[in-house]
Design a protein around this ligand. Structure first.
Ligand SMILES: Cc1cc2nc3c(=O)[nH]c(=O)nc-3n(C[C@H](O)[C@H](O)[C@H](O)COP(=O)(O)OP(=O)(O)OC[C@H]3O[C@@H](n4cnc5c(N)ncnc54)[C@H](O)[C@@H]3O)c2cc1C
Length: 408
């Protein structure tokens, strides 16, 4: 049985951020309640890439990362295959993590994280509707009429976070006026370990290898400006084929071979960085704190990092000491804010640069990307900087497997 000596952490939202926070806190001996409003866990989307820092954390917090995704090196190219930039990581990182990032299906990650959660931690069908912090405890009220108390509340409830709104009020969401169509397919043989992010004047058409449930394949996506007031394309496959005309044979073949049921579309939204995340005994992780456009391929990765660093800060204090808890939550967000703001705002501005630049300036932009090292500096070198800084902050610890746990 659990000894309850370290206090109780309530986490709201069982996406990657909430599940990582739960696993990281369990590893350090906290009692954890993970609340999710949905009746079952469903992956929010199909395609995903994960950089080395979240891979390292997943392993430490007890997630089976063996054969989790397909490793690849990432290149930025012009539509016709001319290389513009490369994400270069040190040899030892490439050796350990296989390259830049891994490609996988979202459900593959969710399933591995769910499998690592001890029974009794996840409570489905719990839609948070009320928060009361009396200084010593936080009381949570759910739409189903149930109430729970905890020492700490973690809002891992995504871009439209109820917890964030309760703490800091509501702000309008930022529509980036971009949309993305993503698809995937499986192959009989292992793909080449190369991921390509390619642009023409208006559109990004990209692909990376994937590994899912023991199967190899590819994921690809088409991203361009859109008018959110207009209806979405009726046929996503025809739309993607049309947009990929003029790109390399390789990506056109991938799109052609994709079953229509493996396609999905998203309009891209985020929010400007929040000045303060934590108040009293409550804090935020993941998209609730810093929603991130897919341009960084790092929103889920950063939410996993948040959970890990939050649990480590909480481990240094007694949860019954309100001032100490405030200090820990503040140290957590002070550590996380610069990194997450740089990545999320970098992703926002990269999207603007490629898709919302005035028409007359686009030829000049593309000439600069084709003939100078600017894109290499801007994306090829900046991303390794973020990756290495995070890897250095994560402890070198053996994988954790929870032994005996119970629900409170
Ligand atoms: C098209 C697209 C591609 C992307 N590609 C990548 C990528 O390649 N790599 C990457 O790292 N990131 C990527 N991202 C970003 C990534 O999806 C998000 O950053 C990530 O899902 C955030 O995780 P989270 O746990 O913070 O929030 P979410 O995944 O949004 O989870 C929030 C959870 O909270 C629950 N919830 C909400 N409100 C309540 C409530 N009141 N009570 C209880 N539960 C509640 C929700 O049901 C949900 O399960 C992409 C995003 C998009 C849109």
């Amino acid at each position: 049985m659990s000894t309850h000596i370290k206090g109780t952490i309530a986490i709201v939202g069982a996406g990657p951020g909430g599940m990582a926070t739960a696993l990281a806190a369990i590893r350090l001996g906290f009692e954890v309640m993970l609340f999710e409003r949905a009746a079952e866990i469903k992956a929010a989307g199909n395609i995903l890439n994960l950089w080395p820092p979240p891979q390292k954390i997943l392993k430490i917090i007890g997630v089976d990362t063996n054969d989790l995704g397909a490793p690849c090196q990432t290149f930025f190219e012009r539509y016709d295959g001319k290389q513009r930039a490369e994400v270069i990581l040190p040899d030892e990182v490439v050796r350990e993590y296989g390259g830049g990032f891994i490609g996988l299906l979202r459900w593959g990650l969710y399933k591995r994280m769910l499998d690592a959660l001890p029974p009794g931690v996840l409570r489905l069908g719990h839609n948070l509707t009320g928060i009361h912090d009396d200084g010593a405890k936080v009381r949570l009220t759910f739409a189903n009429g149930q109430t729970f108390t905890a020492d700490i509340l973690v809002g891992a409830d995504g871009i439209n976070s109820f917890v964030r709104k309760t703490l800091w009020g509501d702000e309008p969401i930022r529509h980036q006026r971009l949309h993305l169509v993503g698809g995937y397919l499986f192959l009989d043989s292992p793909p080449e370990g190369k991921g390509v992010i390619a642009h023409n004047r208006t559109t990004q058409v990209s692909y990376t290898p994937i590994r899912h449930d023991g199967k190899w394949g590819y994921e690809w996506w088409v991203l361009e400006a859109c008018d959110p007031s207009q209806p979405p394309p009726a046929d996503l496959l025809s739309f993607s084929r049309e947009r990929a005309a003029g790109f390399t044979r390789k990506v056109r073949d991938l799109i052609d071979a994709t079953p229509a049921k493996h396609l999905q579309r998203w309009e891209i939204r985020d929010r400007p960085p929040l000045k303060q995340w934590s108040k009293g005994r409550t804090t935020l992780v993941g998209d609730a704190a810093h929603p991130t456009s897919p341009y960084a391929a790092y929103g889920a990765g950063m939410s996993i990092e948040d959970g890990y660093f939050l649990a480590r800060e909480l481990d240094k204090v007694s949860l019954s000491d309100t001032e100490a808890v405030r200090g820990a939550l503040q140290r957590f967000e002070d550590r996380r804010k610069p990194h997450t703001a740089q990545v999320s705002q970098g992703a926002f501005h990269t999207g603007r640069m490629f898709h919302h630049m005035p028409r007359l300036l686009r030829p000049l932009r593309d000439w600069v990307f084709d003939n100078t090292p600017l894109l290499q500096k801007f994306v090829g070198d900046a991303m390794p900087g973020h990756i290495l800084s995070q890897l250095a902050e994560i402890e070198d610890a053996p994988p954790f497997r929870p032994a005996v746990l119970s629900a409170p």
